[in-house]
Design a protein around this ligand. Sequence first.
Ligand SMILES: C[S@@+](CC[C@H](N)C(=O)[O-])C[C@H]1O[C@@H](n2cnc3c(N)ncnc32)[C@H](O)[C@@H]1O
Length: 342
Amino acid sequence: MEADSQQDCGEKRSHWVSGVCKPCDEFDRALGERSPQLTEPRMITNSAAWRRLMTKLSLRHTDDEMTKLIDDRLAKQFPDMLSRNFWPDTLYFDNIHNAWGLLKSTKGYSSEFKLQSYLYWQYREKSAIALAAASSWYGGDYVEFGSHDLYTLRNFLSAYDLSGLDKAWPDTRFYGFDIFGKIASDNPMTLRSIEHLRRYFDHFTERGDLYAEHVRKLQEHDLYLDRYSLIQGFFQDTVPPFKENYKKDGRKIGFALLDVNTTESYELTFGYIFDLMAERSYIYMDEYFQNYAVITLFEDFRKRLLQERNMDCTYVRSCAALGALFLLHPVWDRSRPGLASG
Ligand SMILES: C[S@@+](CC[C@H](N)C(=O)[O-])C[C@H]1O[C@@H](n2cnc3c(N)ncnc32)[C@H](O)[C@@H]1O
């Protein structure tokens, strides 16, 4: 049978064998083999079979044709993807990309879809920070300042689990510091220091004490339940006693995640973690690019690290041009043999 003699497959450069367009048929079967359940559609696009098929198809179709082909087939297979009620999902939001990952024209998308896609991308960037640190891990604990809502903490628990780090570092602990919705302190100095930030904290206290809700969220996440601690209160009150015991136990921080919004809290937390950071460890600042005071404070932290601990910080990656991940490491002594990676 001659190519292009059949019209129903809709492809310009189809190639027919016994009345069937081979790649389109394979395409249908690759989709069909996977259940049309929407709970795990990402399985389709991640499978080796899918990637092999895409490579094969790509040799025969232009970029635009490929995009249309995929859109049409996925829309047929997963009609729910087009419904407004379909909640964020990898495949759904990856629909903003064409087959090669370039962004499609957004003309015609609803404002709701645009917003959700955009937020989806931002959250994905944040999860990439956790995955990046976990993919080259040097041990130590995960210590987070500003944990309200637990997006970043849950990201890291999953990244830790996904990367199989537990086998080599079964002792890693996960700490989250925050007021968790409750303003309370017995210390007049603490209360004075946050007085001018009342409006900021009000935003996080509108729903009252959320400690139990946060514990429930972690229980639902169901990873390393015996190794996390959520520590409620102002850092000014909770961190100094924690730090004393932490040092006594000889523990070190492998990843300090700072998501504390205000310059004052950044300054405080840089001071707390300075001597606790492991020699090879990570630090992430969620407002690094947004608040240039954080850049300045971090530069001070970095200079002090160099002077007092002979350690430096190297930039790893950004999170949506808002936050930045850095690696801390000893300064290499040139007179000594080279280091092996890994
Ligand atoms: C942006 S939220 C954290 C979001 C969280 N990392 C997530 O991804 O879900 C910032 C948090 O920092 C907390 N925070 C800022 N300064 C603080 C301080 N001095 N003591 C305790 N909590 C503080 C706030 O209460 C707020 O809950």
